[in-house]
Design a protein around this ligand. Structure first.
Ligand SMILES: Nc1ncnc2c1ncn2[C@@H]1O[C@H](COP(=O)(O)OP(=O)(O)OP(=O)(O)O)[C@@H](O)[C@H]1O
Ligand SMILES: [Mg+2]
Length: 323
């Protein structure tokens, strides 16, 4: 049974029409004319319990707007959303207990309070039994390494520390679903890795369903089996990460270090550098093992590797094709 069901979801924003010519700025402020922007344009998908889904798309594609409707912050123009049987924007308080939300751009914590106090307040707001709270705080402090700054007021935390605090706050009351909107934006490699490990472990140990928006495809490679790509408010792809690569980037590259390879059947030489040769091939038509055997039969090879397509280049190609 799906835990999230989204059907024909549409969100339009009206804005004062941009005026042109002299005093354009002031005339735009004063105008009554409105233009309508469809940020989300007929989105459909369902998510099963325990899935980790990457919700991806270029800037302005409608990702955050979708997340805001899923979490009940925004009311859609039309369409339906059902999260664990309820409509998020109609039943906000019931929904709130079942979901954890982290917006990378904005903190949910109290700025003036030490992180420890913020976490304690949240545990009270959500009626977390105190023994359970202490256990969670201990567990999260370990994985997210909160110890060094638990007693620091939130406003003095670095971005990476604050994000880790926000994640702990979002998961204190054991919500079934975690929404993450750009949780790793602006963080260094180590902080990113901490957050990925934490989210991955939550999913494995508690079966938490995760919807993740990010521009860092390493987040997706590490955490998500499935991605939903949106572009101009519409779903451009919904499926497995591997299938996306196979469908849009069917080629692999065999990189060999060798003594002068001119050509080999079933592959195309796409690059040469030093003694290295890059051979592009379609693994369906030319099984990698056959290609490797053919190369080894004819040449003295000192090194050899097969390169998978990068998710990033695959996604760029899809957007380029759609124009
Ligand atoms: N409150 C609002 N009022 C008017 N327009 C809005 C509002 N919020 C978003 N939009 C517009 O809706 C579109 C989608 O915005 P959204 O924030 O959902 O994009 P996004 O996919 O999250 O992009 P990013 O990757 O930059 O975060 C954009 O064109 C944006 O300008
Ligand atoms: Mg966004």
């Amino acid at each position: 049974m799906p835990v999230i069901e989204v059907a024909d979801l549409v969100k339009e924003f009206s804005r004062p029409k941009q005026q042109e010519g002299a005093f354009a700025g002031i005339r735009t402020l004063l105008t009554r004319e409105q233009t309508v922007k469809r940020a989300v344009d007929g989105v459909n998908f369902t998510v099963q319990r325990g899935e980790m889904v990457g919700y991806l798309g270029p800037n302005g594609a409608g990702k955050s707007t979708t997340i805001k409707m899923l979490t009940g912050i925004l009311v859609p123009t039309s369409g339906t959303v059902t999260v664990a049987g309820t409509t998020p924007w109609r039943d906000r308080s019931r929904n709130a207990r079942r979901i954890g939300v982290v917006f990378g751009q904005r903190s949910q914590l109290w700025w003036d309070l030490p992180l420890r106090d913020s976490l304690w307040l949240i545990s009270r707001l959500y009626d977390v039994p105190q023994a359970r709270f202490r256990e969670k705080q201990r567990q999260f402090s370990e994985v997210l390494d909160l110890g060094p700054f638990l007693d620091t007021p939130v406003r003095q935390l670095s971005l990476g520390q604050r994000m880790r605090g926000d994640l702990a706050a979002a998961m204190l009351y054991d919500p079934d679903i975690l929404y993450l909107d750009e949780p790793t934006v602006g963080l260094d490699v180590i902080a990113k890795e901490r957050i990925r490990t934490f989210v991955g472990e939550l999913n494995r140990t508690s079966g938490t369903t995760v919807i993740l928006t990010t521009h860092d495809l390493d987040d997706v490679e590490e955490l998500c089996d499935r991605i939903i790509l949106i572009d101009h408010g519409k779903v451009a792809y919904d499926g497995a990460v591997d299938e996306l690569k196979t469908r849009y980037a069917p080629h692999r590259e065999l990189v060999v270090q060798t003594d002068g390879l001119e050509s080999v059947e079933g592959a195309e030489v796409v690059r040469r550098e030093g003694g290295k040769v890059w051979l592009r091939f379609d693994p369906v038509r030319t099984p990698p093992a056959d290609l490797v055997a053919a190369v080894l039969a004819q040449h003295r090879v000192t090194d050899l590797s097969i390169v998978e397509p990068e998710l990033e280049s695959v996604i760029h190609r899809i957007y380029a094709d759609r124009g």
